[in-house]
Design a protein around this ligand. Structure first.
Ligand SMILES: Nc1ncnc2c1ncn2[C@@H]1O[C@H](COP(=O)(O)OP(=O)(O)OP(=O)(O)O)[C@@H](O)[C@H]1O
Ligand SMILES: [Mg+2]
Length: 374
């Protein structure tokens, strides 16, 4: 996959983009390059500027400062109508008084295609989104998921160079959402269209994106492939926003270690000085479960005896709340496979040993604002 990514050409360049609403800075110096055919997700909490950035790319809200280049052309000052994109919004935004066919054909009718050509293209698009027999219905006669597929068909009808999606799946119920996730991704691959999707659903971003752009308060916190964002978060904000993360108040020690309560734990490499207040972070699925009597070897220390305060069955794994007196009252969450739970006879109230692999124990500063360095 790396090879493909490396041979790709940049398709969309965003250079030093700012957007102000009065005195309020909604986007602060955003610079970002998106490759041809890439699927990029803008991910971040509500109000961080995702929609604002997408609308700037579309020309629906012109940036205050900065430039946007699409397919080698500077489009910074072009109105939306002169740009080359298809867009899908969270609300289906279909024309309620037009049939599904007419909804999809809308843009095609405006460029003067023959009726026969339009009919063919609409048939093709209905097939593509898996709704070949729904053309004569009206939007209200379709389910939310079906309406969103039609919105997608309409967005790609003119074969745009860029597909923009603003939370297209978030109004749908969980099951439909997960199903459509795969369909949208497959369609995008098939068409090879460069795609930007806004979402605040980290699972969606992890599942769909080639690269994720994590945003916060109008700035980009981190850009990278899903596995990198998940495994190598550059700040506590990213670590915490994407996936579950245990955070333990800790004190830095010499030699890439920290002290949590009374326990010294080896950690990833860190640059904190001994005595500095830090946060030791580890994902619940990175805790390795052992039976209570487990004897750690000398070279794989980092073991803690804990009590299972609570166990929650989440289908494919158990989410366990773990307490330990020497952690100074702090709790840890551990996700253990159903197999592991059976093998180790885990039960609420019982004891067990957990290993915190040093390679998975990340150390961040206590003060969030000091973490954003790169
Ligand atoms: N037209 C506007 N006038 C004034 N402020 C605005 C306007 N549009 C957006 N904002 C502000 O800019 C910030 C970013 O808004 P934006 O809609 O981009 O957030 P978002 O990341 O898409 O959030 P959400 O996940 O809730 O959709 C918010 O604080 C919002 O209040
Ligand atoms: Mg938004």
């Amino acid at each position: 996959m790396k090879d493909i990514a490396e041979t790709r050409e940049s398709y969309l360049e965003i250079i030093g983009l700012w957007k102000m609403f009065g005195d309020f800075v909604a986007l602060r110096d955003i610079t970002l390059s998106i490759d041809e055919g890439e699927f990029v997700c803008f991910l971040g909490p509500s109000g961080c500027g995702k929609t604002t950035l997408l609308r700037a790319i579309a020309g629906l809200d012109i940036q205050t400062r900065g430039r946007i280049v699409q397919a080698g052309q500077d489009i910074s000052d072009l109105p939306a109508s002169a740009r080359d994109f298809g867009i899908v919004f969270q609300s289906y935004a279909l024309f309620p008084n037009l049939t599904i066919r007419r909804n999809i054909a809308f843009g095609l009718e405006n460029i003067g295609l023959s009726r026969e050509k339009i009919r063919q293209r609409v048939d093709e698009l209905l097939d593509l989104v898996g709704l070949p027999d729904q053309g004569e219905k009206y939007p209200a006669q379709l389910s939310g998921g079906q309406q969103q597929r039609i919105a997608l068909a309409r967005a790609i009808a003119m074969s745009p160079g860029l597909l923009l999606l603003d939370e297209p799946l978030s109004a749908l119920d969980a099951k439909v959402r997960v199903h459509l996730r795969h369909e949208v991704k497959e369609l995008q691959r098939k068409l090879g269209v460069t795609t930007v999707m806004v979402t605040h659903d980290q699972e969606e971003a992890l599942a769909m994106a080639d690269r994720i752009v994590v945003m916060r308060d109008g700035v980009i916190e981190q850009i990278g492939p899903p596995t990198e964002i998940y495994r190598e978060p550059r700040s506590l904000f990213v670590a915490d926003f994407i996936g579950e993360m245990n955070q333990l108040a800790a004190v830095a020690e010499d030699g890439d270690a920290v002290r949590v309560g009374e326990v010294r734990l080896d950690s990833r490499q860190h640059d904190f000085k001994p005595g500095e207040q830090v946060i030791a972070a580890i994902r619940p699925d990175d805790l390795i479960p052992h039976e209570a009597g487990h004897k750690p070897d000398a070279d794989s220390g980092n073991c803690l005896r804990v009590r299972l305060r609570e166990m929650e069955f989440l289908g494919s794994f158990w989410r366990c709340s773990l307490g330990h007196q020497s952690l100074g009252g702090q709790m840890l969450i551990g996700d253990f496979s159903v197999n592991a739970a059976r093998r180790l006879s885990l039960e609420e109230g019982g004891e067990m040993m957990i290993e915190l692999p040093a390679s998975r124990l990340m150390i961040f500063g206590r003060d969030e604002s000091e973490d954003g360095d790169d």
